[in-house]
Structure formats: C-alpha cells, structure tokens
Design a protein around this ligand. Structure first.
Ligand code: AMP
Ligand code: MG
Length: 486
C-alpha cells in the first residue's frame, strides 16, 4: 500500500501529443468537505488513501491543489449524440489528473469529475452536483458488485459553491478511476478531423497498455476492433441480464475498454418493462432498455467507420456480425444462470422468455421476482406460500413448467436455490433508494454511503441494513424523473 503522494505517477496519455488534450488545472471550489472514500477500492488498487490526511485529500478533491507530479489535462473527443455527430465534445467538466502504475503493474487513471471549466465546456459551468455524484459513486460500486464491467469511484466531496441546475444545488466532485478514459469518440475525433496517423498511434497506445496480447497479432488493428466489439457485447449482455438501463449511449459515453461509463440518468428496471426509457430527455426512446443491444452495434459501426483507414471493411463487418452472436450467447448464459438452469435444453429460451413476458404483463418486479424464485422452491409453490405479488394464476402455471424443468437438473432443490442466490442479487441500487441516499447525504448523514458500499460489494448475501433496501418500490416511490441534466 502506498500513500497518495508516493504513487508511481505517469502521463502516458498526455505523451500522445497536444492534439488529444489540453493542459488545464482544476478550478478550486470553496467550502469543501470530504463526503466519503471507498476504502475497499483503495485497498484493491494498493492505495493508502487516508495517510495524506483529510486536509490534503480535500484540497486535491476540491481542486485547491494538485500534487507536484500531476499534470491535469482535459481530453478532447467528439461523438454521435442521439445519432448526430457533434464535433465540439471533450472533457467539459472533468480532468484526467494523472495516471499511476500500482504494485501489480496495472495502470490507472485518476479523473476528477466536476473540477471546473475546460476548453470543451461550451459555456457550461464545468461542475457536478451532489445528486449526480452520489448516484455515480454508488452505481459504480453496484455494477462492480454484480461483476458488470465499470469505471469505479474512489472518493466524493461536497462544496458550498452553488451550482445552477433546475434549481440551485451544491457542487460536488467525484474521483473516478478506470484503466483508461479513452472513448469511441476519441477515435471519431481523430477521424473526422483528418488526423489519420494519430488514429494508428491511439490504437497502438490502447493495445500496448490494455490489450498487450494483441501486440503480435498478424492483423492487430482488426484484432483490436474485434476485441472492442467483444467487450462491448459482454458489457451490454450484462446490462440486459440485470435490467440496467444506461440512458445516454452516445458514442462519447462508450469506453474503448467495454466499461460502463459516464453515468447519468441510468436506472435498474423495477417492474419488468422491456421498452423502458429511463432518460426523460430521450423523447424518441432511442436508448430504451430493449434498444441497448442494437445501439451498441450502431455505436461500434460508428467506431469501425472511424477506424476504416486501419482495417479492411470486410473485417469490420465480420466483427460487427460476431457482436450479435456474442451478445446473444452471453445474455443466454447469464439468464440461464439467473434461472438456475444447469444442463441445456432447446426449450430453455422459451421458458425464460415466457417468464419475462409474464413479468411484463403482470407488472412484476424483475430482480425481486428472480430473487424470490431463488429463495423458494416447489414446497412453497405448491401451497402458494410465495410472495403475494407473484400469487397470480398465470405465474403459478409458469411455475409448474419451471418446476418440471429444474427437476431435470437438481435432485435436491436446495442446490438450485443456493446456485441461484449467488447470481440473483438481494439488493439492487434502485432509483428511489439512490434518491433516499442522496437526501441522507444532503442532510450530512455520510455514513449511509459506507453501509451502501458494504451491501453493494456483495449484494447476493443478507446484510444488516434497512429491510426496504431488498424490496421493490411502492407505487408512490416509482416514477422519479431522471434527465441528462446533472
Ligand atoms: P454527458 O451528457 O455528461 O455525456 O456530456 C456531454 C458533453 O457535455 C461532454 O463533453 C461533457 O464534458 C459536457 N458537459 C456535461 N455537463 C457539463 C457541465 N456542467 N459543464 C461543462 N461541460 C459539461
Ligand atoms: Mg459523457
């Protein structure tokens, strides 16, 4: 474990040259205070985050100072937003403070979100607010706990500086961690601005640091694109399997490493609604839940186009085709596990789909229903000693079919329940629960974040926490409005 001031810092991204970034220092916030640090994550990364002391930590988080070896930059990228190319994007309210290499030889970025204006702010204030920062802080841990690839968050701070959104809110910053913050939009920027040799250099850079196994491939750029399609397919398959809606799948919000990235108006499904739109600014439903796999492919084809000077179009097409195969296979694998299906039978997809259709028709909660299935068995189902929301004739008919199917795999139903409980979370960071946490943090109850991080690190086991954290929302807790504004 190393103290923050002793880490092995480097600036590999800045070394790619000035066309990909601008050197900018954070703009200090006033009245700053530390809200929370993720000690579990710090330990995994090999950082002793407390040893620099709270005073220095808060100075770093609030932009009042930087360490001598840091050299903050705003990254330049562009991207397709809601299908339209926007050349004016970039880190408008965040900075890549520095990179460091830990004792395992892994390179990580420190990115400070909410650190003030940059050349890419387009007149906006460069700030983040407590509401969106708490949501990102918690969802990063939630996704990691579900083994869904994600960026992470190491610390969160608040400040008295007012920030104007729909109303005046308090500023906050989030210290985001990822192996790289390079997006699809970085490549689109280089392509549309005609910097073709830089495209190659950036692809080589990602291969060198993040996909070294491709270094000696015969056709390494085609292998690189194939790798990005595979990672993206796997990420989105996980989203679909756990009911995660991203909300703003613009190409500037797509990580080249296949990490869930740039959390905004995200939501986990409560009631299973296959066409759910979590972002209230998404008027056409472009990023609705059921659209996510197709949008992932659309985004990859935008990336493929930007890489067309490096890769033969047939190879790009082949990887895009493989994406569909890969996402379906991965989704099926995850859903089979969620339903506790061990051996493979032709009728399994039909059994799973008919359950999802029933959930939608009967208005059942997606994650809760699966958790109930994992905590009960035929003994309970026979006398309908099941949760009352599931006690519906059509669902009971489905349960009979399911009962016959699982009997093929398990002599003892306890084995199925045990296996299912390991992949069906008891706790989900639902929108109304995140909202409750935000209100608690705004009231100065910062310890709530510690409890949440403990729960989310392993959401599959029982925790000492409020009972309603493991339950679906009541009707009046549903329908919280989320938009891009954060
Ligand atoms: P997002 O919708 O968060 O992915 O952001 C889209 C673009 O707007 C990116 O270039 C962001 O850096 C920029 N942006 C978002 N919010 C702000 C803000 N408050 N101040 C400056 N730039 C912002
Ligand atoms: Mg973004």
């Amino acid at each position: 474990m190393k103290s923050l001031d002793q880490l092995d810092y480097c600036h590999t991204y800045a070394d790619l040259g000035p066309s990909l970034s601008s050197r900018v220092n954070p703009t200090p916030l006033s009245g700053s205070y530390l809200i929370h640090t993720n000690q579990r994550l710090a330990k995994q990364l090999g950082i002793d985050i407390e040893s620099v002391g709270d005073e220095i930590l808060i100075q770093l988080l609030s932009g009042q100072g930087i360490l001598e070896s840091w050299s903050p930059i705003a990254m330049k990228y562009t991207g397709h937003q809601f299908g339209q190319y926007n050349p004016d994007l970039g880190d408008g309210r965040g900075l890549l403070l520095t990179e460091f290499i830990n004792d395992n030889g892994e390179k990580w970025d420190f990115h400070l979100k909410g650190s003030g204006q940059t050349p890419y702010s387009r007149g906006a204030d460069g700030r983040a607010v407590i509401r969106s920062s708490v949501r990102e802080y918690l969802i990063s841990a939630a996704m990691d706990g579900l083994s869904i690839p994600t960026t992470q968050a190491l610390a969160i701070s608040g400040a008295s500086t007012p920030v104007r959104r729909e109303e005046i809110e308090s500023a906050a910053t989030l210290l985001r961690i990822a192996p790289s913050h390079v997006r699809f939009g970085h490549f689109e920027y280089l392509f549309y601005s005609g910097q073709h040799s830089e495209i190659k250099a950036l692809a080589d850079y990602i291969i060198l640091w993040h996909m070294p196994e491709l270094k000696d491939s015969e056709d390494k750029y085609a292998a690189f694109f194939q790798q990005v399609t595979k990672r993206t397919a796997s990420m989105i398959a996980h989203w679909q399997a756990y009911g995660f809606c991203h909300g703003v799948m613009n190409t500037d919000n797509m990580s080249i490493l296949g990490l869930t990235f740039d959390y905004g108006p995200f939501a986990f499904l409560d009631t299973y609604l296959s066409k759910h739109i979590c972002n209230h600014s998404d008027y056409s439903g472009r990023y609705a839940f059921h659209q996510q796999p197709g949008i992932g492919q659309w985004n990859l084809s935008a990336l493929g186009y930007a890489l067309s000077s490096l890769i033969d179009s047939k190879q790009i097409e082949a990887s895009l085709q493989e994406y569909s195969t890969h996402i379906q296979a991965e989704y099926r694998r995850l859903m089979r596990a969620r339903f506790g299906l061990d051996s493979e039978h032709d009728s399994d997809p039909e059994l799973i789909n008919s359950c999802l259709e029933l959930m939608e028709k009967l208005g059942l909660d997606f994650n809760f229903t699966l958790r109930v299935l994992s905590e009960t068995g035929p003994d309970n189902w026979a006398d309908i000693g099941l949760d009352s929301t599931l006690n519906k004739p059509e669902f009971i008919a489905w349960l009979r079919e399911y009962q016959q199917r699982i009997a093929l795999d398990y002599g003892n139903d306890q084995q199925r329940q045990h296996a299912m409980q390991g992949v069906n979370p008891k706790y989900i960071l639902r929108t109304h629960l995140a909202q409750e946490a935000i209100e608690q943090v705004e009231n100065g109850e910062f310890d709530i974040l510690e409890t949440w991080l403990t729960v989310l690190a392993n959401p599959f086991i029982e925790h000492v926490c409020p009972t309603h954290w493991s339950l679906p929302p009541s009707n009046d807790q549903k329908g919280i409005c989320l938009s891009c504004s954060s």
